[in-house]
Design a binder for this molecule. Structure first.
Ligand SMILES: NC(=O)C1=CN([C@@H]2O[C@H](COP(=O)(O)OP(=O)(O)OC[C@H]3O[C@@H](n4cnc5c(N)ncnc54)[C@H](O)[C@@H]3O)[C@@H](O)[C@H]2O)C=CC1
Ligand SMILES: O=C(CO)COP(=O)(O)O
Length: 333
């Protein structure tokens, strides 16, 4: 049994706290907001985000920074990527040397182009920062539906230790040394899922969805490999796996936001309607900037940026993607 704190009471933090508790660990769930910790303690359910999912009484819910980080074996950082830097800075004084921190957020910071693990490392240099990612909607994990993920760490032993903590009969975890690839897959798939949702909103079919997923993973892989990630990672759970689920699932916030934009909502209206974090909107500019920095062609990412930030009509974006200059699927050289 390990002592684990989960930092963040969004749907993913809550689902992972329940998973880890059911695996027999001692679990604390921390909220950045005292009032949220108080209300969750009373209701033992987040009826807005995970209706019908009970948070076991054995999980201690707190907003006390020090208590949540004292004598823990592992801490899981589950805040949305936009808050990770602020949360890391706030918690850094309570983090011991070589503390294992598992990042589960998916994003790239807009102004620094850093994936989430790098942000945590910068703010908490004494920590051993790892990542868990994959096709894993909280709504399904919290109900014990079979799910697979991948965990990556600097050292193989740490990755295997974490694999053991998270694994359960309904939650299968693989290990990988490719932290960068895992992180990029998780962040970039959200941008492509906005496009897939938009296509749904426009009333397009399964052919269109398959095209966006396939050409989307091609873009993600091109960028990732140029940045130093491994090609195989993009064919794995944190790459194509997560891209498929996010483009197709009824639970996906990114797909839903895209769907609403396909129906004519502005980005702001869509985000308001979805009510939970839509990471693709925050990562889209960073993905575009990375494509430019590494000189990689990412036409879907470019069109999503126009849709989000230049009010380009969705149907125009699709037309422009379809009528791009002719291409080979693989090189003739
Ligand atoms: N929900 C899911 O199924 C999955 C989510 N993720 C990732 O996990 C991360 C968290 O997502 P969710 O739990 O879904 O978020 P959510 O939309 O359910 O909840 C938002 C979270 O933001 C927190 N928050 C709001 N204002 C804050 C502030 N000023 N400072 C710090 N925290 C603040 C809230 O307390 C809450 O924990 C995201 O990066 C997401 O991509 C990854 C896998 C699955
Ligand atoms: O990352 C996720 C599933 O693996 C969650 O995706 P959404 O944020 O689109 O719901």
């Amino acid at each position: 049994m390990a002592k684990i704190s989960v930092m963040g009471t969004g749907s993913w933090g809550t689902a992972l706290a329940i998973l880890l508790y059911n695996n027999g660990h001692q679990v604390m769930l921390w909220s950045a907001h005292p009032e949220k910790a108080v209300s969750l303690n009373e209701t033992r359910e987040d009826s807005g985000k995970l209706p019908g999912v009970k948070i076991p009484e054995g999980i201690v819910i707190t907003s006390d920074d020090k208590a949540a980080l004292t004598d823990v074996d592992v801490t899981v950082f589950a805040s949305p990527s936009a808050y990770i830097r602020k949360v890391s800075r706030r918690l850094a004084p309570y983090v011991r040397q070589r503390q294992i921190i598992v990042n589960v957020a998916k994003g790239v910071e807009e102004n620094t182009l850093m994936p989430v693990c790098d942000i945590i490392k910068e703010e908490i240099p004494q920590a051993d920062v790892c990542v868990l990612s994959g096709p894993s909607h909280a709504e399904e994990v919290s109900r014990g539906l079979p799910t697979t993920c991948v965990v990556s760490a600097r050292r193989k032993e740490t990755a295997e230790y974490l694999q053991g903590l998270f694994m359960s009969p309904v939650f299968r975890v693989y290990t990988t040394p490719d932290m960068l690839g895992v992180e990029l897959g998780g962040a970039l798939k959200n941008v492509i899922a906005l496009a897939a949702g938009t296509a749904d909103g426009l009333g397009y079919g399964d052919n269109t969805k398959a095209a966006l997923i396939t050409r989307g993973i091609a873009e993600m892989t091109r960028l990732g490999v140029k940045m130093g990630a491994k090609l195989e990672t993009f064919a794995g759970l944190s790459g194509i796996g997560d891209l498929i689920v996010t483009c197709a699932s009824v639970h996906s916030r990114n797909r839903r936001a895209g769907y609403l934009m396909g129906k004519g909502y502005t980005m702001e209206q869509a985000m308001k309607e979805v009510q939970m974090v839509v990471e693709g909107v925050y990562s889209a500019k960073a993905a575009k900037a990375l494509a430019e920095k590494y000189d990689v062609e990412m036409p879907i990412v470019m069109e999503v940026n126009k849709l989000l930030f230049e009010n380009k009509p969705a149907s125009e974006a699709v037309k422009d993607l379809m009528q791009r200059e002719k291409q080979g699927e693989i090189s003739w050289e």
